[in-house]
Design a protein around this ligand. Sequence first.
Ligand SMILES: *[C@@H]1O[C@H](CO)[C@@H](O)[C@H](O)[C@H]1NC(C)=O
Ligand SMILES: *[C@@H]1O[C@H](CO)[C@@H](O)[C@H](O)[C@H]1NC(C)=O
Length: 149
Amino acid sequence: MAMKFIIILFVVVLAAPQLADAQLSGLLGLININGTIFCSLNGNIVPNAATPTIPFANALVQVSCGGNVLSSAITNSAGIFSIILDPLQSLLGGLLSSCNVVVATPLATCNASLPAVGVLQSPLQLVGTTLRGLLRIVNLVPVLFQLVG
Ligand SMILES: *[C@@H]1O[C@H](CO)[C@@H](O)[C@H](O)[C@H]1NC(C)=O
Ligand SMILES: *[C@@H]1O[C@H](CO)[C@@H](O)[C@H](O)[C@H]1NC(C)=O
C-alpha cells in the first residue's frame, strides 16, 4: 500500500515539469482568424466589374461551431476583420473541422441589389504560424465564402 503510494507520487513528480511546459506554451500561443470581406455574392472582389467591388464595412463576422458563436468582430472600413482566440478555449483541430466564419450581416446592407436573405459562410484553413516575441500565433483564414440559408 505504502509502496504503491510512493510510486504514484514519484510518477506525479516526474510528470509535473512536462505539464508546466505544455501549459506555458499553451498560454503563450494565440489563434488569429482574419480576412477581408467584399460586398459581393462570395465576399471576394468581382473580377473585371464595371464598378470596383466595395469592401463590406461594419459587417458582423462570427466564428460559429455547430450553431454556437465562439467569437465575433466587426469589419473596418476596408472590410478587414480579425478575431483572436485563446487556444486553451478552442482547439485548433475542432476549429478546422467543425467551425465556420459567418458574415451575419445581410449582403443587402452594403448593396441593395444583393440578397437580403442568407449569409456568407466559409470553413477555415490554416495558413501558418508567426512568432511575435514569445507569442506563437497560429493564423487561420476563411477558405471560400458561399451564400447559405
Ligand atoms: C492576417 O494575418 C496575417 C498574419 O498576421 C497577415 O499577414 C495578413 O496580412 C492579415 N490579413 C488581413 C486581411 O489583415
Ligand atoms: C451592387 O451589386 C450589383 C449586382 O451584383 C452590381 O452590379 C453593382 O455594381 C453593385 N454596386 C456597387 C456600388 O458595388
